[in-house]
Design a binder for this molecule. Sequence first.
Ligand code: ADP
Length: 634
Amino acid sequence: MSTAANTETRGFETEVNQLLDLMIHSLYSNKEIFLRELISNASDACDRLRFSAISDGSLYEEDIELKIKVSYDKEQRTITISDNGIGMTREEVIDHIGTIAKSGTRSFLDSITGDEKKDAKLIGQFGVGFYSSFIVADEVTLRTRKAGEPADKGVEWVSKGKGEYKIASLDKSSRGTEITLHLREGEDELLNDWKLRSIITSYSDHIDFPVVMDKKIEPDADAENEEASIEEETVNQASALWTRARSEIKDDEYKEFYKHVAHDFEDPIDWSHNRVEGTNEYTSLLYIPARAPYDLYDRESHSGIKLYVQRVFIMEDAEKLMPRYLRFVRGVIDSNNLPLNVSREILQGSKVIDSIRSGSVKKVLSMLEKIAKNDPEKYQKFWREFGKVIKEGPAEDFANREKIGKLLRFATTHTGDEEQSVSLDDYIGRMQEGQDKIYYIAADSHAAAKNSPHLEIFRKKGIEVLLLSDRVDEWLTSHLMEYEGKKLQSVAKGELDLGADEESEKELEEKAKSAGKLLKRMKKALQDKVEDVRVTNRLTDSPACIVLNEQDMAMHMQRLLKEAGHDLPSSKPILEINPDHPIVKKLDAEKSKTKFADWSDILFDQALLAEGGQLDDPAGFVAKLNQMLVTIAR
Ligand code: ADP
């Protein structure tokens, strides 16, 4: 709807409205952060101008000193934050300010609970940025002009944060963005020089650019007729935090800087600040967030590590500076050896980048190792948030797999609960004499893993088994074949060798011999379904179980892939039976050929189900089972 030339009123997406309401409620108790968010955006805009100006110096338009200004007007009841950064075009204003151009916004909103405390955390993770101005403002006016564009290409955007915004053309001689907040009733305490300065120093001290405010200079007492003058004064430290010495930086400063780079509202759990000297000089400041971002599994999500060259921001690109399995790491890397005009293509094959990346990965891994050692509780929290991502590590980063292996945590039969808290070192420390493998079972839920019949013999012998139920586990175990020289072995695959003594081996042989006829009959009855039927040394309580070949994928994974439409080569499993079990004994005594075949089918299908497999004919299974039950009930 157009009211005048170039003036339009546009509606927000429904998502924006919902988000605004939610944000105002849940972040109100922390309302001062609006200033941090706007200064953070302004600083990013200055960073971007500085970068673009490397290749096109004219963008500076004779205004070289980049800065951010905060001012207020008591009468108008407004606060204004202006920058001389890159600015925005009309399209950019519509795209970036009128829309929430983040993937997954919808699903994020669906996760909102209605519980204010929880939602405040969620919205903090989501990052509200510019919109946080509506916490204190009932109307926001943004005026901007893109660097390099003529003055009449300015844009004015005005909104009360309710449903719609107005956008119009504007003459703006200075480049950059100016945001004016008209305060809500009751927010007048913010219209105060001291208050604003203290918010800036506590939240934005680390910003690389000067954040200035006006200061009134009173004339000298003895100078007659002189009027007070106004000067700009820099309020923050205005030096890139990471260039300062570690000993001079307070924890709170590190934390505030983290919130700026990571767009996070919560404190990080740890950080590592390093200066590397020598032929490849760089500084890295790497943070571990406390909480997984809402888009951790979104392939499109990009933010991560910011790359600087000699303090000039170059780009934000997680992939080249951190592997995928450490994609949650946030921070900056500032290189002295890369050229300022570095492009993504140059980064691709750059030896400098390779060595920065591998150095940084080592730092992160040893930071995690330290947390795990010194503060297991904290590590456990970390694991809950990011464990599944770390499990991608051994496949992606073969060279560091032992180090990553040390960081892994699992649920096991030893603790019995679902919490993944056992390390492989703990496991090895509890291994039985003569045990040379790390045993695991993989299923599609913790309960299925924990109750699998395959664990019976392990329970009896007191051997610990890792209980794996994350989807990524199959991926993990196919790449982490061993740890500390101990092979990882699925209890559901291949021949089971528990270092059996001679006596039990003999016993098994004898059992197989006396069950010879039964095995033959079953094999015939199940010939389309199984590769072999043999006597088990795995079961104590169950009648039968499915055993896979060493190279086969676990049953539940086969099912998932089939459901996803993949064609899998169908290899037949092995059925192992427990001849001492009453059902198996009954089966052995069965004379009727059809009944024998039905019993065998039921045993096989049951074993398949226990394994998380899928029955080809579930209704047939139920019918056969009911028939059997009827016979017994009679
Ligand atoms: P975020 O900063 O997390 O991307 P925001 O909602 O705060 O989210 O900002 C959205 C986008 O609007 C920014 O990514 C940027 O492109 C643009 N933007 C915001 N403030 C400014 C500014 N002061 N100068 C230039 N662009 C800005």
